[in-house]
Design a protein around this ligand. Structure first.
Ligand SMILES: Nc1ncnc2c1ncn2[C@@H]1O[C@H](COP(=O)(O)OP(=O)(O)OP(=O)(O)O)[C@@H](O)[C@H]1O
Ligand SMILES: [Mg+2]
Length: 414
């Protein structure tokens, strides 16, 4: 049982806590707790008390369903305070020995030591490629000979205040933050194939309050960003157009929504009860689709702008992988394909076993990805020949000692 880890996805729409075991071929879900979110707006905390209560409820549900006492977790981060930059680190290699892990760590520290404003902190340092005595694009220099090792790394930073507020909310719920993980990196970890990551791909997770994206090229992360627009904006547009409360607009969107007006029959209608006591009104489904399509196109134009800004727009040979709750909107794949002119597929977490039924949806890509990526970032994989994690800050050893403790027999199990 020493391989159990906990992911805590603090979304704008839902909080999801998963207790699971990451195995070579699947993730075995031991328990999960899903709770509607409160106190989050566009990926940022706006009411700590409310958020703490929602996190506590989610964690307690996961404790009851798993039978474990949860004391720490890998926690998701989003919000438009995220920034992404490249950096280089250089170290000299003394003597004629080959490059060792110590040298890699020093190169990583040198890359990390860039000047960032005092109100920001480094969330991730992802090694991109090494060069050894001027020989570029060395993937793993361990054991190779040379005098000057240079690392090109990708650095993701976040606002210290936003992280502190999130940490306070999680810790007030009795859970220690083992590590913060950027949403799209977690989603990418679970939905992308190694071939896609190698060829060049953008993963786009459209949730309720945010659209999170990450670009993977040559097997690793080259760019990441969070756009503060998501499915809630679609619902808001429906609220104004139909003059119904948000909750009702949400139901209408899920029952009748379509992201592509031309795919909807012009004659198709449905009934809606407006504000007040009036008679139900008949609504054209193609009209609803037109409203949704406009907002969805806007979201993909923002995604396109971010991809262009990164400078990697010509390198995405595997196109786009779409996930997140809003990727379930019918027609959204086609709209993405037309707007960005690239191949698009919609993905959800696969290879889940155990108590996983509720999690087999694109809405849970980040939640599930936290387990696998969190573990990868904090341990050295014995199956990797060089034993080097794809992410920095790798704590060598077993972070799981004392991580979770079994509750007394029967205690807390539903
Ligand atoms: N079947 C569906 N069809 C269309 N939209 C859906 C469907 N199911 C969920 N959604 C939308 O997905 C969004 C929630 O997605 P998700 O659960 O990924 O968000 P979140 O992770 O809580 O939020 P965020 O990541 O933005 O902080 C909501 O806007 C919801 O309306
Ligand atoms: Mg999310």
């Amino acid at each position: 049982m020493s391989d159990l880890v906990v992911g805590l996805d603090v979304g704008t729409n839902k909080i999801c806590t998963i207790v699971g075991e990451v195995r070579p071929d699947d993730i075995f879900v031991v328990g999960a707790g899903i709770e509607p979110s409160r106190g989050m707006k566009k990926g940022i905390v706006n009411d700590i008390g409310q958020l703490t209560a929602a996190i506590s409820a989610s964690v307690h549900k996961a404790e009851r369903s798993s039978g474990y006492d949860i004391s720490r977790a890998f926690v998701s981060v989003a919000g438009n305070h995220i920034a992404s930059i490249s950096s280089r680190g250089m170290v000299g290699i003394t003597g004629t020995r080959g490059v060792n892990r110590d040298d890699l760590d020093k190169a990583m520290d040198a890359a990390r030591a860039i000047a960032i404003p005092h109100n920001r902190e480094v969330l991730h340092v992802v090694p991109r490629s090494y060069s050894l005595d001027g020989q570029d694009r060395v993937r793993s220099p361990l054991g190779m000979h040379g005098f000057r090792l240079e690392l090109e790394a990708h650095i993701i930073t976040a606002s210290s205040t936003c992280l502190a507020n999130l940490e306070q909310a999680v810790e007030a719920a009795g859970v220690y933050v083992d590590r913060f993980i950027l949403n799209p990196l977690a989603s990418g970890h679970v939905v992308l194939t190694p071939e896609e990551r190698e060829m060049g791909v953008v993963v786009v997770d459209i949730g309720g309050g945010t659209t999170d994206l990450a670009i993977f090229i040559e097997g690793t992360v080259w760019h990441a960003a969070v756009i503060p627009v998501g499915g809630d904006h679609v619902t808001n547009d429906i609220t104004h157009w139909m003059r119904v409360p948000f909750e009702q607009a949400e139901i209408v969107k899920i029952q009748h929504g379509h992201a592509q007006r031309k795919a909807v029959n012009m004659m198709e209608t449905f009934l809606v009860q407006p504000f007040g006591e009036g008679m139900p009104t008949e609504v054209q489904r193609s009209g609803l689709a037109e409203i949704i399509e406009m907002r969805v196109i806007e979201i993909f134009e923002l995604v396109q702008r971010e991809i262009k800004r990164s400078g990697y727009d010509g390198l995405l040979r595997a196109g786009m992988v779409l996930t997140g709750g809003s990727s379930q909107l019918p027609g959204i794949r086609e709209v993405a394909e037309q707007t960005l002119d690239m191949p698009v597929r919609v993905a959800k977490p696969e290879r889940l076993t155990g108590l996983a039924d509720a999690l087999r949806s694109p809405a849970y890509s980040t939640s599930v990805g936290l387990l696998g990526l969190g573990l990868e970032m904090d341990t050295v994989h014995p199956e990797q020949p060089n034993g080097h994690s794809a992410f920095s800050g790798a704590k060598i050893g077993n972070l799981l000692g004392g991580f979770l403790k079994r509750l007394l027999p029967d205690a807390g199990v539903d």
